[in-house]
Design a protein around this ligand. Structure first.
Ligand SMILES: [Cu+2]
Length: 451
């Protein structure tokens, strides 16, 4: 057995970051630390132009301090323990106590000064993906700057010349450090508070890990066959819902630093793609979608008006990405008569069940004993039974009359009578007998709505 210290890597001192932040400040801004994987409330601006702050799913925004008009942030690259689900913790590398790292928020026209302290067992840098900045601030180790050695603090300083959605990640032993979870989002709000204003603005990173059941550290050499597909290093059913008030204008920004694309599909709505890492999409160039493919090394944002109340699934449409830890070398048993083999195995193992001969839905209903520190392949229990999902899945919950900063889970939506699929019992129910197509249908305009 390896001890946790060995797993974290030689030289990774297990000093509490908060204790360290207090004792070795040296004039640096406080390095705030987040201890929980719960979605934190939006951090409203206290100086400068107003903006609608983002909400990072199962994440948080890094506080800053003002120093002579410059916004100063302090990121600490360090080993972290991330709760990926209620029963599963991973030993990752991240920033300020968490992986995915905190979201940085600032405003177009700001000058930012970002202190980066390296508490990893090896050197690192930070690249500011998508930013327009001086070449020497671009964070490519060896090319634009020396690598930041363990124990060193480097300073990045540049003007935010454009608004939009950017990402940050190491450009230093990049394959290892990104496989260990080092990444985050950098949101630059428009200087004009009315430009592209929305009522709710959700952000999250896509990530993929390969962590064997019962172990804690991602296998860094895995290139394609990952077994955990996450949003902000979190797995369904423990990804928080996206809570929205009816008629809100809503934006969802998704960043992808995994090694494959993810078609993110949202039910109940059509929406428009409004932003890429390159900038805002002009109104006349936006296009309608119900699934938006997030390419590798890119982000996409989409917007919609929350007209339809309900519980609407949002998920990656690659069906293996909405499953938790699973092996891919399991034989297909659909249509196989397993009776004989089951009887034989039960002679030595009386509790043995054969599964999979009629599909795998049983997996969502049964709770079988699992190794320590993993999550069931299919999970989640809704108001009508097992949801049979995992990984990259959550629910957009649109409700009437929520307060503007209310992101608390409102529970399950209760479908009004006559609006839910029903079992056929041989006769139409009263609401269906009364239904008349002529009185109900209001055609949706064929042209996209202006925003
Ligand atoms: Cu996916």
């Amino acid at each position: 057995m390896f001890s946790r210290r060995q797993l974290l890597g030689a030289g990774a001192a297990l000093v509490s970051t908060s204790a360290w932040a207090k004792t070795s400040n040296m004039g640096l801004p406080d390095a705030a630390v987040m201890e929980t994987a719960k979605t934190q409330p939006p951090l409203h601006p206290t100086t400068g132009p107003d903006y609608q702050p983002v909400v990072t799913l199962n994440g948080w925004t890094l506080p800053h301090r003002m120093n002579n008009g410059v916004k100063e942030f302090h990121l600490v690259a360090e080993p972290v323990e991330r709760e990926m689900a209620e029963d599963m913790t991973a030993y990752l590398w991240g920033y300020n106590g968490q992986s995915t790292g905190p979201t940085i928020e600032a405003v177009e026209g700001d000058r930012v000064r970002i202190f980066v302290t390296n508490r990893l067992p090896e050197h690192t840098t930070i690249h500011w993906h998508g930013m327009i900045l001086p070449s020497g601030m671009d964070g490519v180790g060896g090319l634009s700057q020396p690598h930041i050695k363990p124990g060193q603090t480097f300073v990045y300083e540049f003007d935010l010349v454009k608004s939009g959605t950017f990402m940050y990640h190491p450009h230093s032993d990049e394959m290892v450090q990104m496989a260990m979870g080092m990444m985050g989002l950098f949101i630059v709000h428009p200087k004009d508070p009315e430009f592209m204003r929305v009522d709710r603005d959700f952000v999250f990173m896509l990530n993929a890990f390969d962590i064997d059941p019962g172990s804690y550290v991602p296998k860094i050499m895995t290139m394609t066959d990952f077994n955990l597909w996450c949003w902000n290093s979190r797995l369904f059913p423990d990804i928080d819902p996206l809570v929205v008030s009816k008629d809100d204008r809503v934006r969802v920004r998704v960043g992808n630093l995994t090694m494959t694309n993810h078609p993110i599909h949202m039910h109940g709505y059509d929406f428009e793609v409004t932003c890429t890492d390159g900038g805002w999409v002009r109104p006349e160039a936006r296009w309608p979608e119900v699934s938006i493919d997030i390419p590798v090394g890119a982000m996409r944002a989409y917007e919609f008006d929350a007209k339809y109340v309900g519980d609407w699934a949002i998920h990656c449409h690659k069906s293996h990405h909405t499953m938790n830890a699973m092996g891919h070398d399991v034989p297909t048993l659909i249509g196989v008569d397993a009776g004989g083999i089951t009887r034989m195995i039960r002679k030595v193992q009386p509790e043995y069940m054969s599964m999979g001969t009629a599909g795998m839905a049983d997996m969502g209903e049964m709770s079988m004993p699992l190794p320590d520190n993993t999550v069931p392949m299919m999970a989640g229990w809704g108001p009508h039974g097992p949801i049979e999902m995992g990984g990259m899945f959550s629910v957009v919950k649109v409700r009437d009359g929520l307060a503007s900063d209310d992101y608390a889970d409102p529970g399950w939506y209760e479908n009004p009578p006559g609006t839910q699929a029903y079992e056929w019992t041989g006769e139409l129910p009263d609401f269906a007998k009364a239904a008349s197509a002529e009185t109900k249908i209001t055609p949706k305009p064929a042209t996209p709505a202006k925003s």
